[in-house]
Each structure stands twice: as structure tokens, then as C-alpha cells.
Write a protein that binds this ligand. Structure first.
Ligand code: COA
Length: 260
């Protein structure tokens, strides 16, 4: 697939996906969502890739939301389909990836942009980042998982206020409330994320993928996260990574994980 709206690069085991529509503040149109789906799926299937950094092009925006021009005339059915297909192709898809995805939030993360950052496994913000879910100011609600993931991350009352006021919060506030794990100067954002990714890729990819599954299970309706954890824990014992990790420890050497 030829990408027109995103850039994908890799340096060793760390891939970088950049949403590249700076003239539209990287707004997510359907074509961009499809390209992102393809890129994430391809990276997930590549055993060499062990961490992914997702960011936006330019210095102004991570993603300023779903593309308003594209959905402004949608019917009820088209609106529902936009949300369900987007969640399936991108937002839920990213959350469930076995490969860790770090959102490098380099400016505005609004609406679908914040929803995409929240679907990533965690977020690092640049000091100029601004985050918000302004959908009610347009007469809609967050439709890419925002009503679910924002309360999970910052609590129900704060999420209610943020959604109802359609307000934006600063990077510092996002850090204080747990929406961003770190705030760094914009020029250092990608290197900072790469530094975290370097730590991640030293560890067992199979164990990390089971950990993602177990953590996510705790936020799913009708799923017992503790039971999922038991199953995921058990599965680790059947992996080469587990044999390597424990053997390396006992032999007092560094583990070399194959990801199998
Ligand atoms: N969808 C479509 N286009 C968007 C967009 C979006 N979500 N966000 C920004 N753009 C476009 C603008 O229409 C403009 O395009 P143009 O130059 O062809 O007119 C371009 O990106 C630059 O945006 P602009 O509004 O001129 O920049 P600004 O610095 O004045 O304001 C924002 C920045 C983020 C405050 C403002 O763009 C904004 O409010 N965007 C919408 C945010 C939103 O409601 N997102 C939720 C959508 S569900």
C-alpha cells in the first residue's frame, strides 16, 4: 500500500509512524485511518519491530481530531458506521496490538486525536501539547472510545467535566491527571520516547504482549482481568523467552529474547 497521509520509518527494532497532514493539523480522515491500520498491522507482523512511536507531523499538532469536513453531512447510520469502523480499524486495533505503542503527543490532541493517543499503550507529551475532547461543541460526542478511555485514565468526574466543557488541558495538567506519563520539551520528544522504547525492547516481547492483554482485560465489560492474568501468566511458561530469561538470570548473563 502506498501511503499518502502517513510516514513510516524504522531504526532497528523501533518504528516511528507519523501522521502527515500538517496543513489540516493531521486531522484523521478515513483514508488516514485505513493507512494507519495497514501500517500498524504490517509492523505487528514484523518480528524485528518491538516498539512503535506514533506522532504527528509539524510542530503544532499530534492530531486535531476526526476530519470535520468529511463527516459534517453524515446521516445517523453513517455516523454510527464512522465510529464503529474507526474503532475496529484503528482505536481498538492499536489498543490490542502485541507491540507496544507510545503516543508522542507533539501539540494539539483533540477529539479523535486524543482518542487515538488514549488508545496507545501510554502517552508522552511535549510541553506545548493541548488535549481535549471538544465534540459536544460540534453537536456530537466522542465516538472513537473517548467516553470510555478518558474516565479510565483520569476518573469519571474529571472526564465528565472535560467532555461537557469541551475544554482543552495543558501538558502539565495532563501529566498531573495521569493522561500523559511525562512532559518534555518539544525538541526532545521523539528522543525521549526512543529512550523509553530502548528500555522496552530489552525485555521479552512475548511477555510484554501477554502483559498488554492482561492489563486491557481489566477494562473490558464482562471479562475478569484476574482470570485473564492467570491464563496469560501460564502461557509465558511455554515460551522460549521464558526459558531464556530465567536461564540467563541463573547464569548471570543478559537475556537475548527471540520473541518466541
Ligand atoms: N478537521 C478538519 N480540518 C481541521 C481540523 C479537523 N478536526 N482541525 C483543523 N483543521 C484544519 C482547519 O480547517 C484549517 O484548514 P484550512 O487552512 O484549509 O482552513 C487547518 O486545519 C488549520 O487549522 P486552523 O483552525 O486554521 O488552526 P488554528 O491554529 O487557528 O486552530 C485548532 C487550531 C486546533 C484550535 C482548530 O483547528 C480547531 O478547533 N480544530 C478542530 C478541533 C476539533 O473540534 N476536533 C474534534 C473533531 S471531532
Amino acid at each position: 500500500m502506498n501511503y499518502e497521509n502517513i510516514l513510516v520509518t524504522a531504526e532497528g527494532a523501533i518504528a516511528e509512524v507519523t501522521i502527515n497532514r500538517p496543513s489540516k493539523l493531521n486531522a484523521l480522515n478515513v483514508a488516514t485511518i485505513q493507512e494507519l491500520h495497514h501500517a500498524f498491522n504490517t509492523l505487528e507482523l514484523n518480528p524485528e519491530i518491538r516498539a512503535i512511536i506514533l506522532t504527528g507531523s509539524g510542530e503544532k499538532a499530534f492530531v486535531a481530531g476526526a476530519d470535520i469536513a468529511e463527516f459534517a453531512h453524515f446521516s445517523v447510520e453513517e455516523g454510527a458506521h464512522l465510529a464503529s469502523s474507526g474503532q475496529e480499524l484503528l482505536f481498538d486495533f492499536v489498543e490490542k496490538l502485541k507491540t507496544p505503542v507510545i503516543a508522542a503527543v507533539n501539540g494539539f490532541a483533540l477529539g479523535g486525536g486524543l482518542e487515538l493517543a488514549m488508545a496507545c499503550h501510554f502517552r508522552v507529551a511535549s510541553d506545548n501539547a493541548k488535549m481535549g475532547l471538544p465534540e459536544v461543541s460540534l453537536g456530537v460526542i466522542p465516538g472513537y472510545g473517548g467516553t470510555q478511555r478518558l474516565p479510565q485514565l483520569i476518573g469519571k468526574g474529571r472526564a465528565m467535566e472535560m467532555i461537557m466543557t469541551a475544554g482543552m488541558m495543558s501538558a502539565e495538567d495532563a501529566y498531573r491527571l495521569g493522561l500523559a506519563n511525562h512532559v518534555v520539551p518539544q525538541a526532545e520528544l521523539i528522543d525521549y520516547c526512543k529512550g523509553i522504547a530502548q528500555k522496552i525492547i530489552k525485555n521479552s516481547p512475548t511477555a510484554i504482549s501477554q502483559a498488554i492483554k492482561a492489563v486491557n482485560a481489566g477494562f473490558k465489560d464482562g471479562v475478569n482481568g484476574y482470570e485473564t492474568e492467570i491464563k496469560c501468566f501460564g502461557k509465558c511458561f511455554g515460551t522460549e523467552d521464558f526459558k531464556e530469561g530465567t536461564t540467563a538470570f541463573l547464569e548471570k548473563r543478559k537475556a537475548e529474547f527471540s520473541g518466541k
